[in-house]
Design a protein around this ligand. Structure first.
Ligand code: HEM
Length: 341
């Protein structure tokens, strides 16, 4: 990351970081990074695949709504999807074959564990591929996008930024980075994240669900097979549930446990609720706060020269995830002792 006073586009770094964290868990990351070896993807290509996956999955495809024109693929999304699938498939095949070849060597990673289950009757190679891609795409854009929204809100609210930094200083001091064991003592950092997820749930309509039977919800009849979209964005801004719903006020979450936003309270649903809620939630609620805390603790974060707080754009780019339309560019000046960087 540039520390030379030049603007840094945070998104690329956050995507790379979250991808690297999750890929370490899935397959120890050894398939990324080597541009020379054509049989594997490098990190930039993988990041691009993840981004494209989200854009295509969230795109409004005319053929989905008017099925008799689907074969025309009017917007070309079908063609792009097939090309993307070939890339993902090729990558997953390479990963699985390599794991099968090295079976028994070293410590097991997530793919090894899945392949052991594949030896059973029902768990096919396609299942393993789907799970690998599910985790890669599920973890990356969501966590990175959430941190970018937090940063935007903090830059717009210097009072909150200062309060968060003061909390970090009092817990961690100025001679080290923030560690996982500090997190229990950082309620304001968590409040900032909860408030950001209320206003900017990254999956604004959660994932599309399908009614598995006829039912009645709040007086409305829903027939079996109906596509159900839950508008988490509107729910988080509902004036019946929230005072000053459009305002960024982390203090409203002080005294509330993180459980408050994990699906039991229907006034705020950034991870969904019930059996299909986000399975990566607990991981996200560790990586997002620790990443944010270290960025705040270790850097003075400033807007580029000539950009005022009022100029910060909060426009959204809608897709399966809703991220800031204009990537945030920042000046990041290190503030801890130099030996820590
Ligand atoms: C701040 C970070 C995150 C947010 C806000 C978030 C949010 C969500 C939401 C709203 C859903 C859909 C739930 C529903 O429709 O009811 C979802 C699904 C999912 N998430 Fe996350 N997520 C985050 C991080 C992660 C991470 C780190 C992982 C993986 C390690 C992950 C893996 C998944 C997967 C695999 C699904 C699909 C589950 C299914 O199909 O049943 N997510 N997430």
């Amino acid at each position: 990351m540039s520390l030379s006073g030049k603007p840094v586009e945070l998104r690329e770094h956050l995507l790379g970081f979250t991808l690297s964290v999750v890929s370490k868990m899935i397959f120890k990351e050894k398939y990324f990074g080597d541009k020379e070896d054509k049989s594997v993807l490098d990190m930039d290509e993988m990041r691009e695949i993840v981004r494209e996956w989200f854009v295509l999955n969230g795109a409004f495809n005319i053929g989905d709504w008017i099925p008799w024109v689907e074969f025309l693929d009017l917007q070309g999304y079908g063609k792009k999807m097939r090309a993307l699938r070939r890339k993902m498939d090729g990558f997953c095949d390479y990963v699985i074959d390599d794991h099968l070849e090295r079976r028994g060597e070293g410590e097991n990673d997530f793919v090894d564990v899945l392949l052991q289950i594949e030896d059973g009757v029902q768990f096919t190679r396609d299942c393993v591929k789907a799970l690998i891609m599910n985790l890669l795409v599920g973890a990356t854009d969501t966590s990175a996008g959430t941190i970018e929204w937090v940063m935007l809100e903090l830059l717009r609210h210097p009072r909150v930024m200062e309060k968060a930094k003061a909390e970090l200083n009092s817990v961690t001091g100025r001679n080290r980075w923030v560690e996982e064991h500090d997190m229990a003592q950082l309620p304001y950092i968590y409040a900032v994240i909860m408030e950001t997820l209320r206003l900017h749930p990254i999956a604004t309509l959660l994932a599309p669900h399908c009614a598995i039977g006829d039912c009645n919800v709040a007086g409305y009849n829903v027939s079996k097979g109906t596509l159900v979209l839950v508008n988490a964005w509107s729910i988080g801004r509902d004036p019946d549930s929230w005072d000053a719903p459009e305002e960024f006020l982390p203090e409203r979450f002080i005294g509330k446990d993180i459980e408050f936003i994990t699906g039991s309270n229907f006034a705020v649903l950034p991870f969904g609720s019930g059996r299909r809620r986000c399975p990566g939630m607990n991981l996200a609620l560790k990586t997002v706060p620790t990443t944010l805390a270290n960025l705040l603790h270790g850097f003075e974060l400033k807007l580029e020269e000539g950009i005022r707080v009022e100029d910060i754009s909060m426009e959204e780019q809608y897709g399966l995830t809703t991220i800031p339309k204009h990537p945030l560019s920042l000046i990041m000046e290190p503030t801890l002792p130099s030996y820590l960087y």
